[in-house]
Structures are given as C-alpha cells and as structure tokens.
Design a protein around this ligand. Structure first.
Ligand code: DGJ
Length: 545
C-alpha cells in the first residue's frame, strides 16, 4: 500500500510539471456549460459531452485496493463518467497539510480506463450530517461550532452560521481545486464538481444555536428581498404565496415577511445554506472554474421541513438558492421516488439544466436514463452505487448505455435542435402522443398489443426516446414500445412506413441489420421494440394522399 502511494506521489509530481508546461502552450479550455440552441450542454475540450455516468457508493473511493477491483466493471457497464466522493477527512488529515495521493491514483486510473470524473465534495455536510469533516474539526467544538436542535443539544452537524466553519471549508475546497488545476487542466479528466452532498436540516426545520436564533430575529437581508422583488413573476408558487399572504412586505423579520410557520424557518435555512455554499464555491472556482452544482434530498408529499432535510436545493426553494448562491451553476435532484418524471420536470426550469447525479439502481434505471436525456434534454444521468450492479455484463443498463454511447452525437444534436422526445409508460400511462417535425407520434406500451408476450402481474415500466435526423427519418431507442405515425401535412394526409431497420453504429456510421417488416412491423402498421429487448431501430416514413 505504502509503495503504491509513493508511486502515485511520484506520478502526480510528474503530472503537475508536465501539465503546467503544456497548459501554458495549449490553452486548453476548462470544461464549461454552454447554451446550444435550446439547451445548456456540458462542453469538454470544446465539444458537447453527454454524461453517461454512475455514482460510487459512499465508502468505495476511500481505499485504492478496494477500488482497483472495481474499475474494470465500471468500464464494462459502459460509463463514460464516474461520480466519486472526495473525503475532506482523508485529504486534510491535519490542518493545512493536504494529502492527494488517493485523489491522484483515482485520476490516474480514470485516465487509464478512459473515464471522466465528477468529484463530490464531501465537505461540511453529507446528507445533513458533518461525518466527513476531519477529526481536528470534529474535536474542536469551540472553534467549529455545531448546529443545535430545539432542545439546545449539539448535533453532529457544523453550524451554517459560523464564519469559521465556512472559511475552513472554503480553504480546503480551494486547495483541492488548486490541485485539480495543477494536475488536470491539460487533460480535463475532472469535468464537474458537486459542492457538499444533500444539504438540509433535520430533525428540526432550523438551527437553534444562539447565533441562529439571533439571525432568525434579524431582518431578512435586503439582498434577498431585492432579488425576490425583481423576480416576483418567477417565484415558486409556494414562496410567492407565503410572501403574498403576509402583504409582500419589503422589510421586516423572517416571520414578518413570510409568516410564523415552519416554511419560514426553511426559507431562512435555505438562504444561509446557499450563502455558505456560495462562499465555498467561489473560493474553489477562483482556483479552477469547473462547473459546480448542488444536489437535493427530495421531499415526500405532506412531509414538513425537518421531516425531510429542510432548506436544501428543492424546487420550492429554487429562488432562494439562485439568489444566495449565484456561483452554483445548477441544482440537481437525487431521484429515488417513483414519480421520476415529475421530478425531472420540476428541476428542468429556466436557467436550470437537468443533471441527475443520483437515481435508484433497479430494473428500470435504463428506461429512466433514456427518458431524462430524451424528454428533458438532461446533461447526464447517474444511478447510485453503480459498482453494485448485479450481473453487469447482462444488465439492461449496460445494454442501454452501450446503445446511448453509439448515438451520442445524434442525441446531442437532437437536444440542440429540439428534435428529440422521451417517453416513460406503465399500466396507468399506457400511451402518449406528441408532434415531432411534421408527424404525430403515438407511443404505446408493448402490452397494448394483443400478440405481445406478457408477464403476469403489474405491467413493467417501459420507455425510450426518438430522435429526428431528417424530416422523414428517425432513430428510436428503447424497450417495450410501439410507435404509430400520423401525417400533419395538409394535403398528404396519410403516413406510411417506407422501411424500418434494426442496427448499430460503428464509429458513427450506421450499420443496418435486419430489415423489419411483416410480423415485426405488424405488416407495416407500426414500429415495435418488444419488452425485454433494448434496441435501436431506424425508421423512414413517407406521406400519401
Ligand atoms: C443519497 C446520498 O446522497 C448518497 O450519498 C447515499 O447516501 C444515498 N442517499 C443512499 O441511498
């Protein structure tokens, strides 16, 4: 182990020197977010990049040897990007003394396996708690104050109201970003950074330390009121109504402005979390300005703040987060709930491109990836605990990542031109329709077809995406779907199928396989990808009067 570390130390030393030499000559661009037509996309090496990712389990990146046995599997699943924690306690075991041997070995391996990385900064908070802060912080409560609950009891959480906490986190984060710049600005292996992880206060809706109580009784900062006033028409309905019900006041305490209730406490926390995160993010971006985002633990219906992590980057608090943390590029949902589509919609807001850093790893994950990228033009998708995928060589996720990989340039173009749609169907939502180019598409669940092979019980979730590559030509990718077509042309009112091919891409060139007709297209009536078969099909339509 020690020996391995030494090799990595030497390796990073050489990397830093060579990187700095070449960096100054090549002027390689830092990965960034760029608006292309309709959509914001991540650019890496000046080209749009679709993130086909997975996130490692929380402890999997803490040991080189453990990780060594997982890289091959991760690559075989077809990821192009790995989301991987950076643990504050391991990189700064003593105050001001940083150890990047683990990080450097991870970067080294990512390059070896041709993977990009998104670093997750497990800093002040990880799922509300401060379990990843170094022990010299945990054991010095006077210098690094804790959050207190309603009963005045200290918790294993750093207080958001301490400038010392904020400063020490920002210092460590800046040091990390400085290291990344030195080691990676020539390679762009690290393409984004998540700042903290699932921030939010539990089990109370707000902190109750003396400093927190003092701040809660103060007036709402003008900075926030001015932002809300300027963006009044764009406020979330929840925030708008709280402000409205209390008379749209422009000055006053938190409770005078938003009312005496638990949602006001949540707004208060969201503001101070956002300001803290903004401070840390700014310090990091000053060293190396990679795109940076925060992720949210979502709230269940009818739960109140505190029952879920209060004040996190949730849709009803978007305006507070955007106002308080302008250096954060976007807010992201960790989607573990069944109403996947609702959450995509809530996060795909003006100025907030969708990226899903965590989602459940189960038998439907592949369908959700297709749907989010197709329907919500997501920048990327990343199921959680990817290294635990069972029977990965035969899994549907592996199959779909492989198909997506083949179609990346076409998908990115489809997102830019608004020529892509996604769909997610089940027993309750058996079919949907939409217009794409001059055709109306109806997409139905495979089980609506009388001859489909049906498993007993509840209908499985199915879905996919369709991309238009010319007025009459489309690629369809998915599982368990049936597509029918209608013409929207005023004179040629009928739509027919000219041909359907299954196939695949090699080096961006379409290699057709079987020509699908007869039973496979219901004698020219539809395009079908049966359940349990993930496929790409290319269809050419035509119109007649
Ligand atoms: C969400 C967190 O962000 C992850 O780090 C992990 O704890 C998962 N929950 C576990 O389901």
């Amino acid at each position: 182990m020690r020996k391995k570390f030494n090799i990595y130390v030497l390796f990073s030393f050489l990397l830093i020197i060579s990187n700095n030499l070449v960096y100054s000559q090549n002027n390689i661009k830092v990965p960034n977010l760029t608006k292309n037509g309709n959509v914001t996309q991540l650019h890496v090496n000046d080209k749009p990049f679709l993130i086909l990712a997975g996130e490692l389990g929380n402890s999997s990146a803490s040991d080189i040897n453990y990780l060594a046995t997982r890289w091959k599997k991760i690559k075989e699943i077809g990821l192009n990007t790995l989301l991987i924690p950076v643990y504050w306690e391991l990189i700064e075991p003593e105050e001001g003394k940083f150890d990047y041997s683990l990080i450097d070995s991870i970067i080294f391996n990512a390059r070896k396996y041709n993977l990009k990385l998104i670093f997750l900064w497990f800093g002040s908070w990880k799922n509300s708690m401060s379990c990843y802060v170094p022990s010299w912080i945990k054991t010095d409560q006077n210098r690094f104050p804790r959050a207190k609950n309603k009963e005045g009891k200290s918790m294993e959480m750093l207080s958001v109201f301490s400038n010392e906490n904020r400063a020490i986190d920002a210092k460590a984060f800046a040091n990390l970003m400085n290291h990344i710049r030195k080691i990676d600005s020539n390679e762009n292996t690290i393409i984004m950074v998540q700042v903290e992880n699932e921030i939010g206060m539990i089990p109370d809706a707000r902190e109750y330390s003396d400093e927190a109580n003092k701040k809660y009784s103060e007036n709402v900062p003008n900075e926030l009121i001015n932002y809300l006033d300027k963006n009044k028409q764009l406020l979330s309905p929840e925030l708008y109504n709280l402000w409205k019900d209390n008379g749209f006041k422009k000055s006053g305490s938190w409770e005078e402005i938003f009312g005496q209730n638990v949602y006001t406490e949540e707004i208060f926390m969201a503001w101070y979390y956002a300001k803290y995160v903004d401070f840390v993010t700014k310090a990091g971006k000053k060293e190396y300005p990679l795109p940076m985002y925060v992720n949210a633990a979502l709230n269940r219906p009818n739960y109140s703040p505190g029952q879920y992590p209060s004040g996190g980057p949730l849709p009803h608090l978007f305006n507070i987060w955007k106002a308080g943390a302008p250096s954060i590029d976007f807010l992201s949902p960790d989607i573990y709930f069944d109403n996947f589509s609702d959450w995509c919609k809530k996060y795909d807001q003006r100025n907030n491109p969708l990226f899903i850093p965590e989602a459940t790893l189960d038998e439907n994950t592949h369908i959700k990836a297709l749907f989010a990228i197709g329907e919500y033009k997501a920048m990327g998708f990343s199921p959680f605990s990817i290294e635990s995928l069972n029977d990965h060589l035969n899994s549907k996720l592996t199959k779909v990542y492989n198909l997506l990989y083949q179609l990346v340039p076409i998908i990115l173009r489809g997102q830019q031109n608004n020529m892509i749609r996604g769909f997610l169907l089940d027993e309750e939502n058996k079919s949907i329709n939409f217009q794409l180019g001059e055709y109306k598409f109806t997409i139905s669940h495979d089980y609506t077809f009388p001859w489909s092979k049906k498993a007993p019980g509840k209908w499985p979730q199915v879905g996919g995406m369709v991309i238009s590559i010319s007025p009459d030509e489309f690629f369809v990718i998915g599982e368990g779907i049936i597509l029918t077509f209608e013409s929207l042309h005023p004179k040629e009112i009928n739509a027919g199928i000219l041909y359907i091919e299954e196939g695949h891409f090699i080096n961006n060139k379409w290699i057709p396989g079987r020509r699908l007709n007869g039973d496979e297209s219901h004698q020219g009536r539809h395009l079908r990808i049966p359940h349990n078969e993930c496929q790409i099909q290319r269809v050419k339509l035509y119109r007649y009067h």
